[in-house]
Design a protein around this ligand. Structure first.
Ligand SMILES: *Cc1c(COP(=O)(O)O)cnc(C)c1O
Length: 385
């Protein structure tokens, strides 16, 4: 994967590509500090899997480190190796844990494996009890209701009955993951917390972690010793339905390439899915699904032009989309003008919802494909959404 370079926002370069995804590292840092202060003395870690949710781990991870973060989570061994290069002194945990043949690489890069099942425990134990020398501690994942990764109730019971299966392994943390934390009223949250507390009770004292971004806002009982936010750091609303406490980190802009008048009844775009009755004006913007701006935005998305929210009309094309700008002053819709697809009056979460998805998927889609531009910590002030 190529690094997200360059950070320049030189106009000529920007013109070369469709979507411009601006990532505000000051806002990112402010979000980290907000969560850290909220849960102190619990530790605030940062989840930087999937290239830091598409925003570019090369820039995001060091910025979080400068903001004071010293514990990071990635999904895979590969991501862990990249993170180690970027974060020499930090603690790095790998959610997927070690497959056979991988412990040596975990050891070499000082990566902390999350052990998700008896086979991973056995793999890691075999390695720890070989002549590997001093091995890093591990985290143990206990399943409390996701049924995705983690030891089941029966497996935890068996482990408690056979403590030798962990001999030679230092367990730094036990963790679990919430299924419904975005829904504050969902009874599943309290059920999972209770199950997790019971499960970890079975195997003796260890530091514990259950909260992702939304879990943090379920209350102090969920903070335990360490929190694991991802999306909230990147500006997603961890409290859906309530005002977003996080600063806006991403902005997606596109450039108008043409603005056309429509005087009679016409249709717009592939499949002629939108009918417009004149008189009106359409702006064609150089952003499409090749930039990660999902085709699901067809006829449902919005843009912000000079503070006015305007609808996307017709289907999203590969590198173009069309806005109905009949209500916007013509001088704001000339070729070369920029519109906000995320930003201005369009929040990240509202944009994602318009495409029938969540901020997580939209960010990872845009991040890989759009041009990324970074505002460094010294450059900008965090803007509340
Ligand atoms: C991705 C992930 C997180 C972070 O979740 P957010 O909702 O983005 O805060 C935390 N824990 C686990 C196990 C995850 O897979």
């Amino acid at each position: 994967m190529s690094p997200a370079e360059p950070p320049s926002s030189n106009g000529a370069e920007v013109a070369a590509r469709g979507g411009i995804l601006t990532i505000d590292l000051a806002a990112l840092s402010a979000n980290f500090r907000l969560l850290k202060d909220r849960v102190s003395p619990a530790i605030c870690a940062a989840v930087i899997k999937a290239d830091a949710y598409g925003l570019g781990v090369e820039r995001v991870a060091p910025a979080l480190r400068r903001a004071g973060c010293d514990t990071f989570f990635v999904a895979t061994l590969d991501e862990g190796i990249t993170a180690r290069r970027l974060l020499p002194g930090a603690r790095i945990l790998v959610f997927h844990g070690p497959m056979q043949g991988e412990p040596e690489a975990f050891h070499r890069h000082r990566l902390i494996p999350v052990l998700n099942d008896p086979a991973q425990i056995e793999t890691w134990r075999g390695f720890c009890n070989s002549d590997a020398g001093e091995t890093p501690p591990a985290a143990l994942h206990l399943d409390s209701g996701m049924n995705r990764l983690g030891l089941s109730h029966d497996q935890v019971e068996r482990l408690a009955a056979h403590p030798d299966r962990l001999s030679g392994i230092e367990i730094g943390y036990v963790m679990s993951h919430l299924a419904c934390s975005e829904e504050a009223d969902n009874p599943m949250n309290a059920v999972q917390l209770q199950r997790f507390n019971d499960l970890r009770g079975m195997r003796g004292p260890a530091k514990a972690s259950i909260a992702n971004s939304s879990g943090i806002f379920l209350g102090p009982a969920y903070h335990l010793d360490l929190i694991r936010p991802g999306i909230a750091l990147y500006g997603g609303n961890p409290t859906p339905g309530r005002p977003n406490p996080m600063a806006q980190v991403v902005r997606l802009q596109g450039k108008i390439v043409q603005c056309r008048r429509v005087d009679t009844d016409m249709t717009v775009g592939y499949g002629a899915t939108h009918k417009i009755s004149g008189p009106g004006r359409l702006a064609t913007v150089a952003v499409g699904y090749a930039d990660g701006y999902l085709r699901a935005f067809s006829n449902t998305g919005f843009a912000s032009v000079g503070g006015i929210t305007v609808p996307i009309v017709g289907r999203i094309s590969m590198d173009l989309l069309t806005l109905d700008v009949s209500n916007v002053a013509p001088e704001l819709t000339r070729p070369g003008c920029l519109v906000d697809l995320i930003g201005g009056s369009v929040s990240l979460d509202a944009a994602a919802a318009a495409a029938g998805t969540i901020s997580y998927e939209l960010l990872t889609s845009l991040g890989v494909k759009s041009r990324r531009v970074y505002l460094s910590e010294s450059f900008s002030k965090a803007v509340p959404q």
